[in-house]
Ligand binder design. Structure first.
Ligand SMILES: C[S@@+](CC[C@H](N)C(=O)[O-])C[C@H]1O[C@@H](n2cnc3c(N)ncnc32)[C@H](O)[C@@H]1O
Length: 245
């Protein structure tokens, strides 16, 4: 048996990188961003329903931060990094970020760590075609955080390894990464006859959506597992229904 050389290791690493690049490019991410600007039909002016979800989650978020966020494992740390995945154009994301800051600061205070409250940095993520100009132009003037935009699908890693203390996403992860191939294929038993919903659809159609969602959630969780720091927290709100309905 021969001993592996450095050249062998480099060759293996290069091949693995090629495989990973091929995997990433073979993933098709569809983007259907919200209507930008601040006109009468814009998301900014038509997102009261999603705002209700941010408000409804506030109490749960406070509880999760109080009970689960392990701030002692971050010390000493000068910055606390938050990511809002699928933030759209605002203003809901700003309310959500405000709630997160309030909850985290309150946790530092309740643990007698007032002097250790870090600077906050917020990464606003959405598809590249999201109206980030609208988002940044309407950032709250009196915000207590640094803001940055992160374009790209949250079904892959969008932030560096072990860099985020708090991942948040509201009414966004119910969006699949793509229409399941089978439901758009007229030769497939899961063909959905051109419909964009699955009410009253066949079991095959429902299974195709379930499989896509399961694959997407796997990708989502794998990406977040890379990005989150030890002791960090992920809070997700999304619509759902009982499996027997
Ligand atoms: C209904 S809006 C919710 C926006 C905001 N979170 C709120 O509470 O108002 C859903 C957002 O998720 C974004 N989105 C959907 N799939 C995404 C993906 N794979 N990666 C990044 N953003 C995505 C959409 O572009 C859209 O802006």
């Amino acid at each position: 048996m021969t001993t592996p050389t450095i050249q062998d290791a480099i060759h293996r690493e290069t091949e693995r990188n090629k495989e990973m690049a091929a995997e990433n490019t073979s993933k098709v991410f569809e983007a259907h961003p919200m209507k930008g600007g601040d006109g009468p039909n814009s998301y900014t002016k038509n997102s009261i329903l999603q705002r209700a979800s941010v408000d409804a989650a506030k109490e749960f978020l406070n509880k999760a931060v109080a009970e689960k966020l392990d701030i002692k494992s971050f010390l000493p740390s000068k910055s606390f990094r938050i990511a809002d995945l699928g933030c759209s154009t605002g203003p809901n994301t700003f309310m959500a970020v405000g709630n997160i800051l309030e909850a985290v600061e309150s946790k530092y205070r309740s643990q007698g760590l007032n002097s250790q409250i870090p600077e906050f940095q917020v990464f606003f993520n959405d598809h590249a075609s999201n109206d980030f100009n609208m988002l940044f132009q309407s950032l709250p003037q009196n915000r207590q955080y640094h803001a940055a935009g992160v374009p790209g699908s949250f079904y892959k890693q969008v932030l560096p390894n072990a860099s985020i203390n708090f991942v948040y996403s509201s009414t966004a992860i119910q969006w699949l990464s793509r229409v399941p191939t089978a439901v758009a294929d007229s030769n497939s038993p899961a063909w959905n006859k051109g419909h964009i919903h699955y009410s009253n659809a066949t079991d095959e159609v429902i299974r195709a959506y379930e499989t896509q969602y399961s694959d997407d959630m796997e990708s989502f969780q794998q990406a977040r597992a890379q990005e989150i720091v030890y002791g960090g927290l992920i809070v997700l709100t999304f619509p759902g229904r009982h499996s027997d309905t």
